[in-house]
Design a protein around this ligand. Structure first.
Ligand code: PMV
Length: 321
């Protein structure tokens, strides 16, 4: 069996985070300039079932048998073993690397899981459909996030823009008119499970108010889909900023995110919002392509730790469609 390398991209939620957990739609797109990569190298001197894992980004160097059985990587191997019905893995070395910032709303956990599943199945010569890969990745997301909506795993495994409604069939769509985002990282690591848990508590205490906000976010998402389809960037920008205000109302923003949103708008962005779980991680600004450098510079000056300029179009890691 030859070595096998696989990747999965990062992702950004354009509109609809948090409300998506309560049944509203959300739109997310893959970001190919950052990715997780997993490589399996056969170990010709090892015994069946002996697997060595190295993940330098998280300082992990271990044998699979030394990881707790609930560790996401151990669970990934167990799930795939059950799925493929093999008796033992051939001895091998798994190396995982990722350029996706961790706990920042870019889907790093889901991308790492998807890359691992792709690499192991490719190494074994087993083809996984995107739906199967998505389901397997979702099982690992549950370990990371508790009650994830499933949007992260869906985008990074389908590698296409997704109009996502929890529990409904996956709806990918084409971007007919490419557009430009500036993604700015606050540098604040904020686990999604915490903000999702806090929103749930607040929702349980005040369901009428929160349901009404989620409904408004759902309306923004439906309108955003039309704006994306028709290339109406003025309206999409306005919807981003309106969505940010509602995310502030449910208390998942923070001062650094608000400051970056204000800076982006002041430097000519068409709209801006936090993206993902909030209270840290990333914000996104919709910009005219000519203005992307100026907005990026302003965001870095305002304290962003890193900035990515990304053109959103329908592309997969296998090429442009
Ligand atoms: O922080 P991220 O990018 O993983 O996004 C979380 C999105 C939420 O809607 C807040 C949670 C979810 O599971 O959909």
């Amino acid at each position: 069996m030859p070595a096998f390398t696989a990747r999965a991209p990062g992702k950004i939620i354009l509109v609809g985070e948090h409300a998506v957990v309560y049944g509203q739609p959300a739109i997310a797109v893959p970001i190919f300039s950052v990715y997780a990569q997993a490589t399996i190298i056969p170990d010709f001197s090892g015994k069946p079932g002996e697997i060595h894992i190295s993940a330098p980004d998280i300082d992990l160097e271990a044998s699979l048998s030394d990881l707790p059985s609930t560790h996401p990587i151990a669970v990934a191997f167990t799930l795939l073993k059950e799925h493929t019905r093999i008796t033992a893995y051939p001895p091998c070395h798994l190396r995982i690397t990722s350029t996706i910032p961790v706990a920042s709303g870019m889907g790093s956990g889901a991308a790492v899981s998807a890359a691992i599943f792709r690499a192991i199945s490719g190494f074994l010569g087993v083809t996984l459909s995107r739906d199967t890969l998505n389901q397997l990745t979702y099982e690992i997301e549950k370990i990371h996030h508790g009650t994830p909506s499933g949007i992260d795993n869906t985008v990074v495994t389908h590698e296409k823009p997704v109009y996502y409604v929890k529990g409904k069939a996956v709806e990918t769509f084409h971007i007919l008119h490419p557009f430009t985002l500036v993604i700015a990282d606050t540098g604040i690591s904020s686990p999604t499970s915490l903000t999702v848990g806090d929103v749930r508590k607040a929702w349980l205490e005040n369901p009428a108010e929160y349901n009404q906000i989620f409904q408004q976010i759902g309306n923004i998402v439906r309108e955003a889909r039309q704006a994306i389809d028709s290339g109406d960037w003025q309206n999409l920008g306005r919807l981003f900023t309106k969505n940010h205000q509602l995310l502030k109302e449910i208390k998942v923003s923070c001062e650094p995110l608000d400051a970056l949103v204000t800076t982006a708008l002041a430097s000519g962005a068409l709209g801006a919002k936090l993206s993902g779980g909030g209270r840290g991680g990333n914000m996104i600004a919709l910009v005219e392509p000519d203005n992307s450098e100026q907005v990026s510079k302003a965001l870095l000056e305002a304290g962003a730790k890193r900035v990515i300029i990304s053109t959103v179009k329908t592309t997969t890691s296998r090429g442009v469609e």
